[in-house]
Write a protein that binds this ligand. Sequence first.
Ligand SMILES: [Zn+2]
Length: 278
Amino acid sequence: MPELPDLEVIRGFLEEHIVGHTIVTVEVVRPTVIRNLLGVDFAARLTGQQVTAVRRHGKFLLFDLASGNHVVLNPMLAGRLQYCLPDAGRLPRTYLVLTLDDGHELRYSDQRSMGKIYLTDDLARVPGFSELGPDALDPALTLEVFRERLRRFRGQIKRVLTRQDFVAGIGNAYADEILWRAGINPFRKRPELSDEEEARLYEAMRQVLSEAIAILRQRVGTDIHVEIRDFLQVHRRGGEPCPRCGTRISEITAHKRITNFCRTCQPGGLIQSGIRRL
Ligand SMILES: [Zn+2]
């Protein structure tokens, strides 16, 4: 699932490569992911439009057009953007192909067909967008603001951290990384955290996300459709030694999501029934 670091690197790449360019042709290969909130022909409204900015809020990418319209992408579990020349092979389940005035194509594919592409003149009409909390890397999200928002939620800390109405941008993989960095067990309830632990969580969130962006900027290149996760420390590393203490990394599947953590570095937390342990 693309998360904040993946999408921030893609945003930066697209800012460099497509902003200022005009969309010359629009091929809707399969219309099912498109949600046209303007009620006009999607391809006709995009054709001839210059892309004036590429922005990101949490896990949404926003393409501003010269017309004042926005194309908003919510890639959900498996949406991918591919930037290439027309002769490059199309990824399976390609839904949309935009050709730019320099001959490059920007394509959208989605193996799970769960992502959505909205066309709108009003971002508030995009489902889920107006409920988003501040972006996890927003400079206005200070420790004080983070604490104030955190206290609205009472569930397990990992589930709070991945709520997009708390802070936007963190999914299953980076939540594991952030909690491991902070030394906080993912299954602890939010009200159990001390002031000091809240501060550690905030610092870990900023550090893990910023470091991942720096790594991905070096490695992604033009292959923005490839998701790189091999540098993560604990996520999807169940059974391997913890990089900090050597304890075998635990793996628990709950709510169809894998959680990895270190029982030594991240003590506490209730172990639920019906879970798989390593
Ligand atoms: Zn450890």
